[in-house]
Design a protein around this ligand. Structure first.
Ligand code: ADE
Length: 246
């Protein structure tokens, strides 16, 4: 069974968008994943098929109606038993480990919202997982769903070939949760800058040690949060066997 991406949106024409190109486009054509959009407007309420309304209690913008969100998601969850994701700046942070976890499953359902928010009663009743890309506000959930899908789909078995292996990259376990080391390719001389000798020297042990040092240095300077987690992991591992029982 190929990986299923269900997208509930008022703008189905946005998909597959960039996911129809390159690695993911080829995988889509090869049937490694498939996509189904569900037009939110088709679940709208009343004669005018309204999907949103003004916020109760006042305030800016519009709110996605709970009954509409529920009708759309119930329609999809009835045919697909998989996590329901609500992209939202209020969500838990998206991460490589979430991408890895989701890539092992049968697929994902995204509810994309273009409004100020979704009626909280829908969230209480259907309990989607609210996931955020970062501390900034997008105009809608569609681009966020695409970003998450791009990160997940490349980890779906068969999508990446050996050449594009995801094993030893930023945030990966093989890379100890560090940012990735620098990469080089031809030409040997770029505007007077050579590829470091250690990279082309052929000593694999030396190169591995150099890459590790580079990964540590870039992580320490750019991401103090990841660096602290790395140091904690190291000290936990070192202290683990010393702990006494009882
Ligand atoms: N929708 C609007 N802003 C978002 C964000 N930062 N992450 C995920 N979904 C969003």
């Amino acid at each position: 069974m190929s990986f299923a991406a269900h997208i509930i949106t008022a703008y189905p024409d946005m998909f597959p968008g960039p996911l129809g190109e390159s690695l993911h486009g080829r995988a889509l054509a090869d049937g490694l994943w498939h996509m189904q959009t569900h037009d939110l407007r088709g679940f709208g309420a009343g004669k005018h098929q309204n999907i949103d309304d003004t916020p109760a209690g006042g305030g800016p913008g519009m709110v996605l109606r709970a009954d509409v969100a529920a009708a759309a998601t119930d329609h999809v969850t009835a045919q697909a038993d998989m996590p329901l994701i609500l992209p939202s700046p209020r969500g838990v942070p998206f991460s490589q480990s979430l991408a890895q976890e989701w890539a092992q499953g049968a697929g994902l359902i995204f509810l994309c919202n273009r409004f100020e928010g979704v009626d909280e009663r829908f969230i209480e009743a259907r309990q989607p997982l609210e996931v955020s890309l970062g501390d900034y506000v997008l105009a809608g959930g569609e681009m966020a769903a695409m970003v998450m899908l791009e990160a997940v789909l490349r980890l779906v078995p068969g999508v990446m070939g050996k050449l594009e292996s995801g094993a030893d990259e930023s945030f990966s376990e093989a890379n100890h949760g560090l940012l990735e080391y620098p990469h080089y390719t031809r030409p040997q001389d770029f505007e007077g800058r050579d590829i470091p000798d250690v990279v082309t020297g052929g000593d694999h042990e030396k190169l591995a040690a150099w890459r590790r040092a580079q990964a540590e240095a870039v992580t320490q300077s750019r991401r103090p949060d990841l660096w602290a987690a790395f140091l904690k992991g190291k000290s936990d591992a070192a202290g683990g066997f010393k702990r006494k029982k009882g």
